[in-house]
Structure formats: structure tokens, C-alpha cells
Design a protein around this ligand. Structure first.
Ligand SMILES: [Zn+2]
Ligand SMILES: [Zn+2]
Length: 408
């Protein structure tokens, strides 16, 4: 780059043209990607227009209406592509927690491309950077540093975050087919959107009873489902560092959340993941639901992927110890916060002892009363029997003592 070009900032028109070109070729960067990445955060409204259109497209439901088929298709496509975000972009491209063939890797990249979350290398670069700088100044999407809104959606609109730093994903950048998909990252989304329209048009013709059509499937299967998918994924960047519990004392503020785990098919166990990133599962224990891991396990049975990495026993033990310590700390805190409970705990044993002693004493009296009452009642009964007997029997009975009543 010449001295004059580095000292003269590009004009507004030049920047707009660059941004429009980047819609098609995301690696196009005449001023240099490194320089762009070092700029301060600033929203690039032209560059981000496809993302804005994605959201605006959801309003299409006002024109195309809804059918049960289209709505359920949107839900299904959300989860099938959430699996691509978590099982492919995150657990394969970012962390390499399992292996596959080169063709398998390409198929995974195509599947990942349907998520409309840019290329797998861009995704992995930013995610690895996040792990390196979690919740510090360098973290592009820390809610503690940049606030909730920026960590959720703002950071991907910033000019400096658009270029891929291929030096951070050298293991992936050695495959030209992956670099191509990353560079032209609108190709797969456009094909996906077109296929939604095509499927809808075919269903309108061959299965009119479903009540759908091309435009409706485009709106629900692409715009609505993809927008929801983006925000579900973005919850991990924003909410998973704010909401939930911290089992492991990591250097960041990552948390485990059941709700986020459901929305993201297992990514909600984010604190687990920040503690140990190299294993295939994020839910470390059987009760931590992790559908992405179940899906990957299933794929491993087909032979499409292999070498799933387990959670080390030492990490599991560390987690158990942390849980135990946390439960003790919580009990101590509760006693501190509610001192009346701790006073109660001191009083209770004494109260219990008094109660037991009282009951014992009462039992003795009751027994004595029962004995007295029984004796008296039987005596009375004998007397009554005597009164009711015929005179002859009464004469025979006379010698009997009231203390030895006849056996009745
Ligand atoms: Zn995180
Ligand atoms: Zn990760």
C-alpha cells in the first residue's frame, strides 16, 4: 500500500462501493484486512444491509399469511440449522472436537452455510478469538465490556469485524474449498432461499391441501426461521455470560443455563464449555441435556464422523467437587441471610428433647390411668354380672372377690 493511500481516508462513495462488493466477495478489502480489523468499532450500514433485509423479510408474513406446514417447517429448519451452528461451526470448525473426511468436511461446511451466519472460517476465527479474550477488552461480544445489545447484535455490524483473519484458522485455511465457501458466503444462503421458494412452489402444485406456496415458504422457511436462528445463536454471546450458574471458576463470566441449552440444542452449558473446550459435549453430566451431542453421536454410528472427544474424568471430578462446595456455601449463606433459621436450628434439638421427655411422662400417666380404669371397669362389670345373675348363681358367686372377677 502506498503512503498516499494510507494517509488519505477513502471517500464515502468508495467505502459504499467496497461494502457492496463485499456482499459478494467478503475477502475484498482494498485498504487491507489488517488495517480494517484495527479500526475502532463503527456500524457499516451498507455492508450490513443483507442482514437488515433478513430481518425486514420477516414482515412478509403480512402478505403471504401462514399455513401449519410453513410454520412447522420454520421450526424444523430452525433446529436442523441450529444443529449446524453448534455441531458444525462450533464443535467442528472452531474446536475440532471430532474428525471427518475431506468430503465430509465440505458437506458440513455447506450445511453450516445454510445458517446464514457467514462462512465457517469467519465463524471459527471470531469464536477462537472469543475464547482467547473472554470478557476482556479484546472480546468482540462481551456483554460486560460492550453491553447487552452490542454483544447480541451490534458487534456483527461493525466494520472491523467483517474480515476473516485467516492466520487464526490456518488448520482450515489449507482447504481451498472451505476458503471459497468462506469468501463467497452468500452463495449457500441464496441457494437455500431459492430452494425454499422452489419447494413451496412444488407443494402448491402437487400438494395443494397443505395450503402453502413459494412465497410463503420463502418467508417462513428462510426469513423467519433464519432470523430466529440468528437471535437464538446470539443469546450465547450475550445471555450465556449473564444468565445461569457458574460451576467452574473460569477467568470469564460464562454460565450454565438450562433454558439456553434448550434454545441452542446444548450450547447453554457455556460455563462447562469455557472450562474445557476440546470435548464434543457441552453438557458434561447425563442430566445436562445436549441434543447436539446426541446428534453427533448418531452421526458417528453412521461412520460420517468419528473420534468424538470425551470429557476427561479429572474435569468431571472437578465439577462434582465444585458443586459440593457450592451447595455448602449456599447453605452457609442461607444461614447468614436468615439468622432466624440458624437460631431455630439451635433451639430445635432442645425443643425436641423436651417434647420427647414430655411424651414419655405422659405415657407413664396414661398407662397408670389405663391400669386404674381397666381394674375399675372390670370390677364394675363383675358387679353388674352379679346383679344380673339368677339368685342361685348369685349365691355361688358370693364368695368371689371383686379383685378376682370371673372370666367372661
Ligand atoms: Zn463465551
Ligand atoms: Zn467454543
Amino acid at each position: 500500500m502506498s503512503a498516499s493511500s494510507s494517509s488519505t481516508p477513502p471517500s464515502f462513495l468508495s467505502r459504499c462501493l467496497t461494502a457492496v462488493t463485499q456482499w459478494i466477495d467478503s475477502d475484498y478489502c482494498p485498504e487491507g484486512a489488517e488495517k480494517m480489523r484495527n479500526e475502532p468499532d463503527k456500524v457499516d450500514w451498507v455492508r450490513v444491509m443483507p442482514f437488515v433485509i433478513l430481518h425486514l423479510g420477516c414482515f412478509g408474513i403480512l402478505w403471504v399469511g401462514v399455513s401449519a406446514f410453513a410454520a412447522w417447517a420454520a421450526v424444523f429448519l430452525y433446529f436442523i440449522r441450529m444443529f449446524a451452528v453448534t455441531g458444525i461451526y462450533h464443535r467442528y470448525f472452531s474446536h475440532k472436537t471430532y474428525s471427518t473426511s475431506r468430503i465430509g468436511q465440505f458437506i458440513l461446511a455447506l450445511w453450516g452455510g445454510t445458517t446464514v451466519q457467514r462462512g465457517g472460517l469467519w465463524w471459527a476465527y471470531h469464536h477462537r478469538h472469543h475464547h482467547q479474550h473472554s470478557d476482556d477488552e479484546e472480546d468482540a461480544h462481551s456483554p460486560h465490556v460492550h453491553g447487552f445489545l452490542w454483544s447480541h447484535i451490534g458487534w456483527i455490524t461493525s466494520r472491523r469485524n467483517f474480515p476473516t483473519d485467516y492466520s487464526k484458522v490456518k488448520d482450515l485455511a489449507k482447504f481451498p474449498e472451505l476458503v471459497w465457501l468462506n469468501r463467497f458466503d452468500l452463495v449457500v444462503p441464496i441457494l437455500y432461499a431459492a430452494s425454499m421458494f422452489g419447494i413451496g412452489a412444488l407443494l402448491e402444485r402437487y400438494a395443494p391441501g397443505l395450503g402453502t406456496n413459494g412465497w410463503q415458504m420463502l418467508v417462513w422457511g428462510f426469513f423467519v426461521s433464519t432470523t430466529a436462528l440468528f437471535h437464538g445463536t446470539a443469546c450465547i454471546n450475550s445471555m450465556a455470560h449473564l444468565m445461569g450458574k457458574r460451576r467452574f471458576k473460569t477467568d470469564d463470566d460464562s454460565r450454565n443455563s438450562f433454558i439456553l441449552a434448550i434454545i441452542t440444542l446444548g450450547e447453554g452449558w457455556h460455563n462447562n464449555h469455557h472450562r474445557y473446550q476440546s470435548c464434543t459435549r457441552n453438557g458434561f453430566y447425563w442430566w445436562e441435556i445436549d441434543p447436539t451431542y446426541y446428534g453427533l453421536k448418531f452421526l458417528s454410528w453412521t461412520g460420517f464422523i468419528w473420534g468424538l472427544k470425551a470429557v476427561p474424568q479429572s474435569i468431571l471430578d472437578e465439577g462434582q467437587r465444585a458443586e459440593h462446595a457450592a451447595s455448602i456455601a449456599a447453605a452457609q449463606k442461607a444461614a447468614h441471610v436468615h439468622p432466624e433459621y440458624s437460631a431455630l436450628k439451635r433451639v430445635l434439638p432442645a425443643a425436641a428433647a423436651i417434647a420427647v421427655a414430655t411424651v414419655n411422662t405422659a405415657n407413664i400417666q396414661v398407662v397408670e390411668k389405663i391400669h386404674a380404669s381397666h381394674h375399675k371397669d372390670v370390677t364394675e362389670l363383675a358387679h353388674e354380672l352379679q346383679q344380673n345373675q339368677p339368685p342361685a348363681q348369685q349365691a355361688q358367686s358370693q364368695p368371689q372377690s371383686p379383685q378376682n372377677p370371673p372370666v367372661v
